[in-house]
Design a protein around this ligand. Structure first.
Ligand code: GLU
Length: 312
């Protein structure tokens, strides 16, 4: 049985970009007769209060994007809030640690950005391994002043995969990515670890998400392999841009669901979005279920999608 997922980070009200991702995740899973899991990615609990997660559930349900397990309703593989899963992440973190792959890092953000290290595909610095060889004495000395973050040491290996929508993508983990964070100094586990553990333990077989996460995928595939967990298939979506080519963000109040819901019915929102994504030739009102019979990944553009002027 195919299983897709919604994995929102509720740090604000949903916007059109989140909505496009949820719509395509839902259509892709349902078109293959599959189910959908709702997992709330609130690792940073202070930035993601429960009120936003609750609003998100209301918004998804209002739009007709119904899920089968997860969120506040729970289910067999819960809890479905990442903020409640730290004991689970610890078990997998400990496995990597037992393999000798985890080390403490004392570098500050400003030190990292000052370094003349190459940059990754996502704009972050490729970590130059500054703290990799610290002696236990040095670690103990520095830990008196600052709680370290924890990184995982990656191999000098190319990890490639075939994205279900964008085709082949690969990275050399050491050269293009570098050792990455598993846990912050305050004990919060990193997205890269949490998402892998959760998708595997929740039985997710297909991940649909924005192309901004394409460059995270080789890292995540290596974690699946190293932890002995089954990896899902990936479908990365083009970004949705404002009519003037700007990136949509939560700051653009005009595209938040709060604003949209005041002007349109759920069918109008879904139908217009489906039109922008190439799933129908007219911006006619539709429910997600009405889009299912004609759903085909081949219709979705691979380049960034600029919202037509006046569509919303
Ligand atoms: N929580 C992430 C977001 O809202 C998505 C992570 C993922 O799909 O892997 O952008």
């Amino acid at each position: 049985m195919e299983k897709g997922r919604f994995a929102p980070s509720p740090s604000g009200r949903m916007h059109l970009g989140n909505l496009m991702c949820s719509l395509l995740a839902w259509l892709s899973a349902r078109a293959s007769g599959g189910q959908v899991v709702l997992r709330i990615e609130d690792l940073d609990a202070a930035r993601c209060p429960r009120t936003y997660a609750d609003l998100l559930e209301q918004d998804l349900a209002w739009l007709g994007l119904v899920w089968d397990e997860g969120g506040s309703a729970g289910g067999p593989d819960g809890p479905y809030y990442q903020s409640e899963r730290f004991e689970i992440y610890k078990q997998y973190y400990d496995k990597l640690n037992a393999l000798g792959l985890v080390y403490p890092c004392f570098c500050s953000r400003s030190q990292l950005h000052a370094a003349s290290a190459p940059h990754r595909a996502d704009g972050q610095v490729v970590y130059p391994g500054t703290c990799r060889g610290l002696s236990p004495e040095e670690v103990a000395r520095r830990a008196l002043k600052k709680a370290p973050a924890w990184r995982v040491q990656v191999p000098d290996r190319v990890i490639g995969f075939t994205d279900g929508h964008l085709g082949h993508y690969e990275e050399n983990l050491a050269a293009d990515c570098g050792d990455f964070y598993l846990r912050r100094g305050d004990g919060v586990y990193a997205y890269q670890l949490a998402v892998v553990v959760d998708d595997a333990l929740m039985g997710v077989t297909q991940v649909v998400r924005g192309a901004d996460l394409l460059s995270s995928t080789p890292r995540q595939l290596w974690l699946y392999e190293t932890l002995g967990l089954p990896a899902p298939r990936f479908y990365h979506l083009p970004l949705l841009l404002a009519p003037d080519g700007r990136r949509l963000s939560k700051r653009d109040g005009d595209v938040s669901l709060e604003q949209l819901a005041a002007r349109y019915t759920p069918e109008q929102i879904v139908g217009r979005l489906a039109y922008a994504c190439g799933l129908q030739t007219e911006p006619a009102p539709r429910t997600p279920a009405q889009l299912l019979p004609d759903f085909d990944w081949a219709k979705v553009p691979r380049q960034d999608i600029c919202l037509p002027e006046g569509l919303f």
